[in-house]
Design a protein around this ligand. Structure first.
Ligand SMILES: NC(=O)c1ccc[n+]([C@@H]2O[C@H](COP(=O)([O-])OP(=O)(O)OC[C@H]3O[C@@H](n4cnc5c(N)ncnc54)[C@H](OP(=O)(O)O)[C@@H]3O)[C@@H](O)[C@H]2O)c1
Length: 284
């Protein structure tokens, strides 16, 4: 059995879509409770999708340092220790937001590059990575800006179209359907170490919004601003990570995600259908 921790955006999806998975409702900082849940379900592998991501966004973490590191650092280590005690494999969901700006070598940040996290959230994610990446039978799947075909507050599409001002930066991103496949494969391989689970290619926010106007809502409008402007207007508290990742370790395992622009069209088409469905239900 595969235990999934974290009943949020990604944990719920992984538990629903991965064969033989069960969503475990347990506080990951409580070692006895984690052990009991893993034992009860006979888990031979665990995905840790639990953590503080901040509400409505990561700015929350700046004001809630202890809650953030308790879940994102202590909790991650507690889960690793519990999994090790039972001989279970652990795949921890990390984040590419630990990297800020251009990579030291061409082609994007590599899995073993030292990160330069700025915000408290990204520092907490990197702190866990530094320990977990050295443990046997543990893998880390670093994701970036998840994109999905269903509207949701943590979906990059929903986030961007909800803003009146958007910065036009380029990033690596993770399409959630492709992430589910990659997680299944990583767990299947009991893959150890860090993996950048991002779709090949680079996506500009402007391109996502153009696709949104073409395939979802031609009436959508927003203002494109530069990053400094966003901070000057007081619209963000913590500096945001924008970065491009290389995924060579994933490719070396033969796990290939769809090119980002191909996947984006598919996702936006499904997003449009989902939005129509929601509107129809609302009319009833
Ligand atoms: N979404 C993204 O943009 C993104 C990008 C890269 C990586 N990730 C990583 O992927 C993981 C899942 O993210 P997500 O998007 O699914 O976030 P999410 O929707 O906020 O889900 C995280 C879940 O973990 C729960 N949680 C927090 N502390 C916990 C604890 N001590 N014990 C048990 N559950 C706890 C949260 O519950 P409460 O809400 O009650 O605290 C929430 O239900 C996180 O580790 C995140 O850092 C996310």
């Amino acid at each position: 059995m595969l235990g999934v921790l974290g009943h949020g955006f990604l944990g719920t999806r992984l538990a629903a879509d991965l064969p033989g998975a069960v969503l475990l409702h347990v506080d990951i900082t409580d070692r006895a409770a984690v052990l009991a849940a893993l034992r009860e379900h006979g888990c031979t592998a665990v995905v840790n999708a639990a953590g503080k991501t901040g509400f409505p966004n990561v700015d929350w973490c700046e004001e809630h340092a202890f809650e953030t590191f308790r879940s994102n650092v202590t909790g991650a280590l507690v889960v690793a220790e519990a999994a090790a005690e039972l001989g279970a494999y652990l795949l921890h969901l990390g984040s590419g937001c630990i990297f800020y700006g251009p990579s030291p070598s061409p082609g994007g940040w590599r899995e073993d590059d030292f990160a330069n996290p700025v915000s408290l959230y990204s520092r907490s994610k990197y702190a866990a990575d530094l320990m977990l990446s050295r443990l046997p039978n543990v893998g880390i799947a670093r994701l970036r800006m998840p994109i999905d075909g269903s509207p949701a507050p943590r979906n990059l599409i929903t986030k961007l179209v909800g803003y009146a001002q958007v910065i036009d930066v380029e990033n690596s991103v993770t399409v959630v359907d492709d992430m589910v496949v990659a997680v299944r494969e990583l767990v299947g391989h009991r893959a150890q170490g860090v993996f950048h689970v991002t779709n090949p290619g680079v996506l500009r926010h402007r391109e996502l919004l153009e696709g949104y106007r073409e395939l979802v809502d031609p009436l959508h409008r927003c203002e494109l601003v530069d990053e400094a402007e966003l901070e000057k207007r007081g619209l963000v508290r913590a500096a945001r990570s924008n970065c491009i990742l290389q995924s060579s370790r994933l490719a070396a395992l033969g796990i290939v995600l769809r090119p980002v622009h191909e996947a984006l069209r598919d996702v936006l088409t499904r997003y449009a259908a989902a939005r129509k469905g929601i509107a129809q239900v609302a009319e009833l």
